[in-house]
Write a protein that binds this ligand. Structure first.
Ligand SMILES: Nc1ncnc2c1ncn2[C@@H]1O[C@H](COP(=O)(O)OP(=O)(O)OP(=O)(O)O)[C@@H](O)[C@H]1O
Ligand SMILES: [Mg+2]
Length: 260
């Protein structure tokens, strides 16, 4: 056997070994789902993350939505990671998504086929997380993105994700509300972003504090719909906290403080 072929075989074996080490969860019962999420191209992206040391292990699923799945992973130091995989087969994907990409100057030249849009969507979430994180808005720290796979800080512990505000209304509601208003202000003024889908479903409660997630649809403040989205975000937050008995500021007042 030539040296080259032997090296190739060894490389393949090493890759398989790595994969087996990586897949710590027994996926056999979920075989069909597994194959839908981890198609060949997605597996190659995961291998890349293994080879460059970003990902060490992949455990079970944390949340299975229609368009994305979130998995629990670990890095080589044993830190928890969240691995969000966007399904490139989600037929519904185009619908409703284009308006968040059109009008976003960062994504002017994206191709319009579904696959390119899904990839752009993952890059967009990563960039948004990065801008928010740098502006000191509490979001999962973004770690890496490639194609349809996004790796970020895991909010929770030992594979158990923190609850959303919806699932676990905070006992310190006043404090959480005020923190959220601070984050909204930073998001707009420092990160130059509007979330666009903010509600009790997309805010997690971790160690008594809110963590804003699901940032893919967030748009720059220059987006033609940005002011509309901002008002809707504020209304959603107010509606939730009024029900918890918090004395909220009016939507107009908050809007003025953020934009004015
Ligand atoms: N960084 C994270 N750490 C821990 N859990 C997470 C993280 N990001 C997301 N999750 C979990 O996965 C769920 C779905 O994530 P996200 O909202 O980002 O995706 P989505 O595509 O909007 O899915 P859905 O339609 O189910 O909301 C969250 O509600 C949360 O429970
Ligand atoms: Mg969500």
């Amino acid at each position: 056997m030539s040296k080259k072929i032997q090296e190739k075989l060894e490389h393949k074996e090493k890759l398989a070994e790595k994969r087996d080490r990586m897949l710590r969860h027994d996926f056999s019962a979920e075989r069909a789902v597994f194959e839908e999420v981890f198609d060949q191209a997605t597996l190659m992206v995961i291998y890349d993350f293994l080879n460059n040391g970003i990902l060490y292990e992949l455990h079970g699923v944390v949340n299975a939505g229609k368009e994305a799945r979130v998995y629990w992973g670990k890095d080589k130091d044993g830190n928890d990671l969240a691995v969000k995989i966007y399904l490139t087969t989600a037929a519904e994907f185009r619908k409703g998504r284009l308006k968040y990409i059109e009008g976003d100057h960062r994504f002017k030249n994206v191709k319009r086929d579904t696959r390119s849009l899904v990839f752009a969507w993952a890059q967009k979430e990563f960039k948004n997380l990065e801008q928010a994180y740098n502006a000191k808005v509490r979001v999962p720290k973004p770690i890496a993105v490639k194609d349809n796979v996004l790796v970020m800080e895991f909010i929770g512990k030992g594979g158990v994700n923190a609850p959303s505000l919806k699932e676990h209304p905070p006992s310190n509601a006043e404090k959480v509300y005020k923190l959220l208003l601070t984050y909204l202000h930073r998001l707009y003024c420092k990160a130059d972003l509007v979330h666009g889908d903010l509600s009790e479903y997309n805010i997690m409660l971790w160690k008594g504090k809110p963590v804003i997630i699901d940032m893919a649809q967030a748009v720059p403040t220059s987006h033609p719909m940005a002011q509309f989205f901002l008002n809707r975000d504020i209304e959603n937050i107010n509606r939730f906290f009024v029900r918890l008995g918090v004395e909220v500021l009016s939507t107009g007042e908050i809007y003025k403080r953020i934009v004015g």
